[in-house]
Design a protein around this ligand. Structure first.
Ligand code: NAD
Length: 471
């Protein structure tokens, strides 16, 4: 394993973990000021490396505009760091808890203690933010961190490594580079917490490996996030919101709408309005500056395979917005595609799509929609477009998903004060907001006994006291 150290030598991850843990145990718990200073260093590094990061991500993807990386990754990181810094004093404050009369004049409180060394494993789709936001959270909570970015974005991972070497000591933050084998070894380390973002399949393996050492895990996973459009709510504003969430980053977003549930009377207008929004957002079709390529050939072929299978099974495949003759003019650019009439057991309706392809399933009654969602694994996000009325409440109450967006898509991720995470097969545990700080902290309950209180009477022999207490 190649790790950053102050001397840049290759070292074993186990040794780095030992060094970080030794430093954690032998230094004082970082103060508010020290934590804020670390966050400030991280923010400055993101600023200093901005161009390199934007360039590296674009190289890794084949094409991703620097503006898209700037807005969807770097801006979100800076906002997250600022939010943590501004609220850290409040987060760190011990919480007083209730003490019943019987235990007075004792006092009880909860202290939020750093866990120690947190491992952070990241995926390729937002390779900067999904590494650095968990890192900011870990540092805010006073931890050391070992990062394992994705091997599928090697240029970006290398820039992150250099950034960390320049910004932090190896005892504070280290970077481990490598593929699935390194990931497997990383997830076996006896860390104090393992924070994993990636696929459900790998998440299962990671949790299995972590359980050997009883390392607690947070799993930020994927799945199929539905977008439900209430009857009569296909309009240009709603379609803009859906196209934004679906096609940002070429559809390679964990919380992108995976499939649409549209009332059968609205199907035609959905297709028309969706295509209009696509043309407005990407006027130069596949050569539009902000249209991101599919990350590699394997994923490109996987996506074209899903479309091909759906077509062969009789579904209608509609390429939207882009003129066919320009459809292959940039490396691994896949035209935004709608699929109508795919069968429920086709791969496109069963697997997470993770690309600019949106299958549409029509419904007659909202109850069908609720049942369809509930018959499947619990999604990471669920979107509802319509009035804030009884139908909306019914969907909210009767379905379970990591998060919900009403009349928007993916924007819940940017709400710093909301917990973000999955449920069931889309993940466990949350971050962002105070929940992120608490995920990376140990909530230690402390009871302190006063001089005079009843428990001091509770001593063997218990007989007389038991008669009194249970009377
Ligand atoms: P992935 O699971 O293939 O890889 C994630 C990380 O795990 C990488 O660092 C990789 O090197 C490592 N890894 C791969 N195989 C491993 C193994 N056998 N053992 C241990 N580690 C291993 O995920 P990906 O393809 O990089 O990312 C896409 C997936 O991530 C999608 O499913 C997407 O929905 C999900 N995702 C979730 C969120 C979220 O916040 N919930 C965010 C982004 C992506």
């Amino acid at each position: 394993m190649i790790l950053n150290t102050d001397t840049h030598e290759s070292v074993n991850a186990t040794d780095v973990l030992a060094r970080q843990r030794h430093a954690f145990l032998n230094e004082d718990v970082p103060t508010l000021k020290q934590r804020k200073a670390r966050l400030a260093k991280l923010r400055a590094a993101v600023g200093a490396y901005r161009e390199e990061l934007e360039e590296a991500v674009s190289q890794d993807f084949g094409h991703r505009s620097r503006h898209e990386t700037g807005i969807l990754e770097l801006m979100v990181i800076i906002q997250s760091i600022n939010y943590l810094s501004r609220n850290l004093r409040r987060f760190m404050k011990p919480e007083r808890r209730h003490v019943s009369l019987f235990y007075r004049a004792g006092s009880a409180h909860v202290e939020f203690q750093p866990l120690g060394v947190v491992g952070i494993m990241a995926p390729w789709n937002y390779p900067v933010s999904l590494t650095l936001i968990p890192l900011a959270t870990a540092l805010a909570a006073g931890n050391r961190a070992m990062l394992k970015p994705s091997e599928l974005t090697p240029e970006t991972s290398e820039v992150i490594r250099r950034m960390m070497v320049e910004t932090f000591t190896a005892e504070e933050v280290s970077v481990v580079l490598g593929g699935p084998e390194v990931g497997a070894a990383f997830s076996r380390l006896p860390l104090d917490h393992l924070f994993f973002t990636g696929s459900t399949q790998v998440g299962r393996k990671v949790m299995n490996a972590a359980s050997e050492n009883l390392v607690p895990v947070t799993l930020e996973l994927g799945g199929k996030s539905p977008v439900i459009i209430g009857r009569g709510h296909v309009n240009s504003r709603n379609m803009d919101n859906i196209v934004f969430g679906k096609l940002s980053n070429g559809g390679q977003t964990c919380v992108a709408p995976d499939y649409a549930l549209v009332h059968e009377d609205d199907l035609e207008s959905f297709v028309t309005e969706y295509s209009t929004s696509v043309s407005r957002f990407y006027p130069q079709g596949p050569t539009s500056q902000d249209y991101t390529s599919i990350v590699n050939d394997q994923h490109y072929q996987r996506l074209t395979g899903l479309i091909k299978e759906a077509r062969e099974q009789g579904a209608k495949v509609i390429e939207t917005g882009f003129e066919p003759e320009t459809a292959v003019s940039r490396q691994r650019t896949l035209a935004p595609t709608l699929i109508v009439g795919a069968s429920d057991d086709s791969a496109i309706m069963e697997e997470e799509i993770f690309g600019p392809v949106l299958p549409i399933r029509t419904y007659r009654h909202l109850d069908e929609v609720i049942q369809y969602v509930n018959d499947r694994p619990r999604p990471l996000a669920l979107y509802y477009f319509g009035e804030r009325d009884g139908d909306c409440d019914r969907v909210l109450q009767r379905t379970t998903s990591g998060n919900v967006g009403i009349n928007n898509t993916i924007m819940h991720v940017a709400q710093e004060d909301l917990p973000f995470g999955g449920v069931g097969q889309s993940g466990m545990g949350t971050y962002h907001g105070i929940e992120g700080f608490r995920t990376m902290s140990h909530a230690k309950g402390v009871f302190s006994q006063g001089h005079w209180n009843l428990p001091s009477l509770v001593r063997a022999p218990f007989g007389r006291f038991a008669e009194f207490a249970l009377a």
